[in-house]
Design a protein around this ligand. Structure first.
Ligand SMILES: Nc1nc2c(c(=O)[nH]1)N[C@H]1C(S)=C(S)[C@@H](COP(=O)(O)O)O[C@H]1N2
Ligand SMILES: [Mo]
Length: 162
């Protein structure tokens, strides 16, 4: 009986140890060459215009991500205006993740008049919050043929005007 209890206690603690810690709040910090640094919170994201994108997993299954476009976020931060001309066309966005992973996008590829890329800052996957190594926020680049720019655990966007 005692042994059974000890076994039960160990199993329960193991079960707890295996559950991931509470997810960090979904915020994204935007800094660099913008009028003023800005943090977008989970509730900001929920209130902004939302888009969906369906992309294939590496095994071919389709998953639906949902979130706010990088374009909307850059507009909110004052990095994207009406007509992208001059210096704005040599501006890039450095997207950084919690694990140090980082990739670059240009304002030109995101702007509707140029590349018109729909890049998503996603907070949901098939309707559910992004778990562990994926979230709470990630980029999704549906037009990319490889997954490498779809930064998981996205934390910051730095706007750099070269
Ligand atoms: N933070 C972070 N994001 C990342 C990576 C990484 O190492 N760290 N790897 C990239 C690569 S190489 C791929 S193929 C995709 C894989 O995303 P998936 O887990 O949705 O398949 O994540 C990308 N995003
Ligand atoms: Mo990859």
């Amino acid at each position: 009986m005692k042994r059974l209890t000890a076994f039960a206690v160990i199993s329960v603690s193991l079960a707890f140890a295996q559950t991931s810690p509470p997810a960090a709040p979904a915020t994204i910090a935007i800094s660099g060459d913008i009028p003023k640094p800005l943090t977008i919170t989970a509730s900001d994201l929920a209130a902004m215009p939302r888009e969906k994108a369906t992309v294939p997993e590496q095994d071919g299954t389709q998953v639906e991500y949902e979130g706010v476009t990088l374009r909307e976020i850059l507009k909110r931060a004052g990095a994207l205006g009406d007509k992208l001309r001059g210096k704005a066309l040599s501006t890039y966005i450095l997207a950084k993740a919690k694990d140090g992973y980082q990739v670059v996008f240009t304002l030109g590829e995101i702007d509707a008049e140029f590349g018109n890329e729909l890049i998503l800052v996603a907070d949901k996957r098939d309707g559910k919050t992004l778990f562990g190594y994926q979230g709470p926020l990630r980029l999704v680049c549906p037009r990319d043929k490889a997954g490498a720019r779809s930064v998981r655990m996205l934390e910051t966007l730095q706007v750099v005007n070269v």
